[in-house]
Design a protein around this ligand. Structure first.
Ligand code: THU
Length: 128
C-alpha cells in the first residue's frame, strides 16, 4: 500500500469522526505488517476527558483483534496540513511498534513520512 493510499484511507476514516465539541475531525489509518488496515476517528464526549483520539481508536481496534505489529499510521484532520499525533498517542504507538512510520499530508497534499524516532525520541519504556 502506498503512502497516498494510506492517507486516503485516513480521510475515509475521518468521515466517522464524532467531534461536536471541538469541531476538529481527525482520521487515522493503521497499516499492519501483514497488510491489514485498521481505521480510526476521534470520538468526543460531553465529559471531555472521556474523548479518544483517532490514532488510539485505530490502535486499540487493532490490538483488540490480535494485531500488534504496525508498519505505518497515516493521520489527517479537518484542520488541514500536517497533523502530528498528540503525546499520549505517540506513547501508545511505541508500546507496540517503536519502528512505526508516521505519514502525514502537507498543505499541498504531498505525503510526508517520519521515522518514529523523529516523532518521540527517548520514549519511555519498561521493556528495555
Ligand atoms: N485529536 C486526535 O484525534 N488526535 C490527535 O493526535 C490530537 C487530537 C482529537 C482529540 C479531539 O477530539 C480533537 O482532536 C481536538 O483536540
Amino acid at each position: 500500500m502506498t503512502d497516498k493510499e494510506l492517507l486516503e484511507a485516513a480521510k475515509k476514516a475521518m468521515k466517522n469522526a464524532y467531534a461536536p465539541y471541538s469541531g476538529f475531525k481527525v482520521g487515522a489509518a493503521l497499516l499492519c505488517s501483514d497488510g491489514t488496515v485498521f481505521y480510526g476517528c476521534n470520538i468526543e464526549n460531553s465529559s471531555y476527558g472521556a474523548s479518544n483520539c483517532a490514532e488510539r481508536t485505530a490502535i486499540f481496534k487493532a490490538v483488540s483483534e490480535g494485531y500488534t505489529d504496525f508498519e505505518a499510521i497515516a493521520i489527517v484532520s479537518s484542520g488541514g496540513g500536517e497533523t502530528f499525533p498528540c503525546g499520549i498517542c505517540r506513547q501508545v504507538m511505541c508500546e507496540f511498534s517503536p519502528d512505526i512510520k508516521v505519514i502525514l499530508e502537507d498543505k499541498n497534499g504531498v505525503p510526508k513520512k517520519y521515522d518514529f524516532n523523529e516523532i518521540l525520541p527517548n520514549y519511555f519504556s519498561l521493556k528495555k
